[in-house]
Write a protein of this length. Structure first.
Length: 279
């Protein structure tokens, strides 16, 4: 699959403005971002990219900050090599060790997750993934039925499996993420995970104890109604991929329509993760 790399450079930009721009770019199909000295680089599947949409987005931002961008084609093998060069092991709450296939095991940690860092989100390094993993580690998932939406590499579902979840369903609309989910489940010897490619329309008519959804605000708002249909009473939802204001209040209001109540939230930098429960 061919990707396009968009290189953004800024004369001046606040951190919150950059985060908001990244969120808007995600709505246009950009799915991976890397920091640089002058700004950041964003990646999008070539067939999903419409440059006019990008120009329109940046035109609307001109009053806030000045930006320049350039575009380059990226071959799959170059992308993968870049991931391997920059991927470093990660430790969550001193109990979970996340590594790539080319790192040495660390058996001193109770939980170890192996992620093959190809072209998908979910290596654990982003604040949203880290907070979601912290929530999972603090939750009783043993013998539970778990749905992981926007699963990326399926790192969240794999962690839930290692904590004793009985049944797992991992869904992503990106076919690379879908294939990555299958591969990473095998690497971690997770045999009770079903991978599906699609969005809310492919969610099985099942009953879930726990739903994990680390996506973005707009997609979450669109999908909450479907989550409510398949979430058991007293079931838990953990959301991330959005900001505190106004995102959390918008998500809370949408959940309330379906009897899903806000419990608490975490914040890491500008990013937020939140726990909800179906009453």
């Amino acid at each position: 699959m061919q990707y396009i790399k968009a290189i953004f450079k800024f004369k001046s930009i606040e951190d919150y403005q950059q985060d908001l721009l990244i969120s808007d770019l995600a709505d246009l199909g950009f799915d991976t971002f890397e920091d640089s000295e002058a700004g950041f680089t964003a990646f999008v599947i070539k067939e999903n990219f419409i440059e006019q949409e990008l120009k329109h987005l940046l035109d609307n931002c001109n009053s806030d900050f000045e930006t320049e961008y350039s575009l380059e084609d990226v071959a799959d093998e170059n992308w993968n090599a870049e991931w391997e060069k920059n991927f470093s092991p990660l430790i969550i709450d001193d109990v979970c060790y996340v590594r790539a296939t080319f790192h040495e095991p660390q058996p001193s940690y109770p939980y170890e997750i192996i992620i093959d860092p190809k072209m998908s989100f979910g290596t654990g390094h982003h604040q949203t993934t880290t907070m979601m993993m912290q929530y999972i580690l603090a939750t009783d998932v043993k013998d539970k039925n778990v749905l992981d939406m926007g699963c990326g590499t399926a790192i969240l579902a794999i962690l839930a499996a290692k904590l004793g979840a009985d049944k797992l369903t991992a869904i992503d609309y990106d076919d690379i993420c879908y294939l990555s989910t299958i591969e990473n489940a095998g690497l971690n010897q997770v045999n009770n995970l079903t991978a599906l490619c699609g969005s809310k329309e492919v969610i099985p008519d099942d009953s879930y104890d726990i739903i994990l959804a680390n996506i973005n605000r707009n997609i979450l708002l669109d999908q909450i109604g479907r989550y409510a249909e398949v979430l058991k009473p007293q079931g838990k939802i953990f959301f991330s991929g959005f900001y505190l204001d106004p995102d959390l209040s918008m998500i809370t209001a949408e959940c309330a329509k379906y009897g899903i109540k806000y419990v608490n939230h975490k914040q890491n930098g500008d990013w937020v993760a939140a726990q909800f429960e179906k009453k």
